[in-house]
Design a binder for this molecule. Sequence first.
Ligand SMILES: [Zn+2]
Ligand SMILES: [Zn+2]
Length: 389
Amino acid sequence: MARDPLLTFTDRGIFCPAGDFHIDPWRPVERALITHGHSDHARPGHGAYLATEGSAPVIRYRLGDIRLKTIRYGETRRIGSVTVSFHPAGHVPGSAQIRVERDGEVWVVSGDYKVAEDGLSEPFEPVACHSFISECTFGLPVFRWKPQAELAAQLNRWWAANAAEGRTSIVGAYTLGKAQRLLVSADLSIGPILTHGAVEATTAVLRAQGLALPPTTHVAPGIDGKSHPGALVIAPPSALGTPWATRFGPAAEAFASGWMALRGVRRRRGLAQGFVMSDHADWDGLNAAIRATGAERIFVTHGYTAIFRRWLEDQGFEAGIVATEYEGESLDAAEAEAGPLIEPDAGAEAVEGAAPEEGAAEADPATDEAAPAEGKPRRRRPAAGNART
Ligand SMILES: [Zn+2]
Ligand SMILES: [Zn+2]
């Protein structure tokens, strides 16, 4: 007798019929297992939540009074007739892949992940499985990240040069994960670090749970380029180029994102400097992670899904595309509007002009100042996010 597949794909999200729970659902459900605290994965309105101990504080901070139980990495829990466990995804502190097992059959939902260590997040751990649901935000060979030490050196050279010329250095970065990764990369001998309120608030949550993060000063009234000359300012991407940023006087602005690998994106944003820094796996990372699972069946979601699926099929995998409402690593809507659509057969040349997914999905909803990037209209690209039947 044929049974339900272990995981199914519904309009509410990834569903496990045998356990009666969803994973990172985007519409309200009874029971949700949450991979991490970014707003496209941890959404409000579910009856009950289960997440790792390391991601729980930020999920509570963002979603308020919810019924949330926690689980340790590697701990197993029986739900219905399946066993679940959470394993480090290396994406942001506390982030997890979720393993689901029934009678020896194993599926893993990657959530967002990256393979390279960032000096902050628990390192990615390959989990053996039969079926792997993988994000592929940066699933093209043009996306290759430099090691963390090299990125840190690049950041500090830029900051020191700006400070020497009397300019403030402002970097746009997601408030959860990348902002703290910049903090641990910064050379404190160069100058002070200032934070936008949204970055400061999330950083405070992570500090309170024990992460060793350097001291920061919240940009309150009276804090500006005069009070803190030569500062490094970390702000949500949407705060760049706004009146909020003018208080720092002469300043250099940069954006930390995997999309900075694309010249066209840097050019359109008028950025002299971009840090190619992502919390998602690059091309090599995706391929290494997928092979390490030993899975024969791969489902890909958010990103260059059509291209990446075909690549996987060429490599001998059984591969499918899952339409989800996760949004990968986003720039803002203006950027998306300016970008031509990428065609399924586009090579690296065409990719130079490709735009990232729209909507600042991983911006912090709990901003107290600028950062007006929530709730942008969504627009689908033909090459990404479309389900194949
Ligand atoms: Zn994420
Ligand atoms: Zn995501």
